[in-house]
Design a protein around this ligand. Sequence first.
Ligand code: R5P
Length: 292
Amino acid sequence: MHVIGGTASTALAERISRELSNAPFGIPFTKRFPDGEMYVRVGGRLEGEDIVIVQSTRTDADLLELILLEDAVREAGARKVVVVVPYFGYARQDRRFFPGEPVSARTFCRHVELDADAVVTVDLHSSETLRQFTKPAFEASGIPAIARLLRERPIDILVSPDKGGVERVRRMAALLEKPWFALDKKRIDSEHVELRMPGELPLPIEGKHLVLVDDVITTGGTIVEAAKVLHKRGAGAVSAACTHGLFLKDAFERIKAVTDEVYSTDTLGNAAEKASVAPDVAEILRAEMPSP
Ligand code: R5P
């Protein structure tokens, strides 16, 4: 098995290759033609090999590079191709909200799987999107990676910033054997939210170390407001953990100003990256690509 790391996911790809008993790892050559078009070339002897391409699709260019890489490894004679998309962009538009819109998540599932035999992703915006793939598709979770990290920290209570994250925080709480609760969230616009404490708490939070658990941090609006609400109610420390840390604009600095620690997995590569999903992705790959 060979692992190829696209430019959006080079470090994670290398970690995955190490998890796969140090499978050969390569970085493709990429450049832009003078007219702006993208060029990629893969090296190594790939004929008859099982290939894993790792590339998050945060930007349009990332997506294009992934599609070119898939074609390149097919041209090079790959036997089986599994595409790992740690952060699957465009997943939020998973239905037509207004007439005239595309279902972006569906069309990108179809494009991403075009030259792949299987797809692996991590914490999709909605797991329902997995059904849009026609090839075998798997979703790893960022929860075990964050839990491995939090196990080493003196934390008391886990908190979901909204009801939509209840299942996530419940799973994390079960792994860590900690109590949890969820805040009530009302989104005002794409950057602003209103958050309220729930009527009942599992135990008093005064002086306790609380960890906010979310799937993605984008503008930081949710975590900043949540941390303020928890501090106002007397929390001793508030940390924030997420799978995908997009941290747009000054989100990271704004979150750091109101929290004690910020944790993210390595699906995107950022300053908060402290936990790796590599073992969890590798486990799926080992099952999907058993050694002959
Ligand atoms: C919402 O449903 C998600 O779980 C996140 O809470 C949200 O996307 C975070 O966005 P932001 O950082 O912009 O508040």
